[in-house]
Design a binder for this molecule. Structure first.
Ligand SMILES: C[S@@+](CC[C@H](N)C(=O)[O-])C[C@H]1O[C@@H](n2cnc3c(N)ncnc32)[C@H](O)[C@@H]1O
Length: 213
């Protein structure tokens, strides 16, 4: 019987019920993470900050099985959707972490461990008084420099003209460490969930990438 008195309904067990989750437990919020424990194989690591529902990362991780991918997202509901997509795709190179991205990259990520940082459609915080909350700010290039392996790349996309100008400004000010590069066409072709919606409304993607010198 179910709680309302009717006959209990049996849900057909799904293959996903048995496969382990990609969502990683956070064992400490003060010590740097042992990322090797997240993945079956040691491979070059790429990280998406603010991964949302994760269509981009799941597709890209399928295309690049010789790399590991870590999604960082603060909303559990979005992380769970991403988890289901990753399990349906039977990925072996994906890990998910629920944590605030700016704190994660500065305090929990081991230094110089990421080949790439993907930051797509980060919250634009359009009101002037809220701009201090933007992830890509004057400090970000230095934080990214610490996170990236030699020749590592930051990939950026946004729909927001003002935020895009700020992204370009802060990396121009860090020209000692970073130089602008093209986003490879095969990467640009993998769209994110927000990007698909914006593009369908006629709002174009603004894209930039910066490589460590
Ligand atoms: C506009 S959505 C974009 C999601 C995805 N990148 C895409 O393009 O479809 C921004 C995402 O970043 C997450 N987010 C925003 N600020 C964050 C933060 N400080 N730390 C972690 N995640 C954050 C939000 O929860 C949301 O899922």
């Amino acid at each position: 019987m179910n709680p309302h008195g009717g006959p209990a309904k049996c849900r057909t067990p799904s293959i996903l019920d048995q496969s382990p989750t990609f969502i990683q437990p956070l064992t400490s919020i003060t010590e740097r993470l042992r990322l090797e424990s997240f993945f079956a194989r040691l491979q070059p690591l790429e990280i998406e900050l603010g991964a949302g529902d994760g269509s981009f990362l799941v597709r890209y991780a399928q295309m690049c099985s010789e790399r590991n991918f870590l999604a960082v997202e603060r909303l559990l509901g979005r992380l769970r959707k991403l988890d289901r997509k990753g399990r349906r795709a039977s990925l072996a190179n994906l890990a998910l972490l629920r944590i605030e991205a700016a704190y994660f990259i500065e305090y929990l990520l081991p230094p110089h461990c990421a080949q790439a940082l993907h930051i797509y459609f980060p919250d634009p915080w359009p009101k002037k008084k809220h701009r201090k909350h933007r992830l890509i700010n004057a400090r970000f290039p230095e934080v990214a420099r610490q996170a990236l392996a030699p020749m590592g790349i930051v990939y950026l996309r946004t729909d927001d003209a003002d935020y895009f100008a700020q992204m370009q400004e802060v990396f121009a000010a860090a020209e000692k460490d970073f130089k602008p590069v093209e986003t490879p066409a095969e990467l640009a072709a993998v769209v994110t969930d927000f990007e698909r919606e914006f593009n369908a409304q006629g709002i174009p993607t603004r894209r930039a990438a910066y490589r460590l010198k």
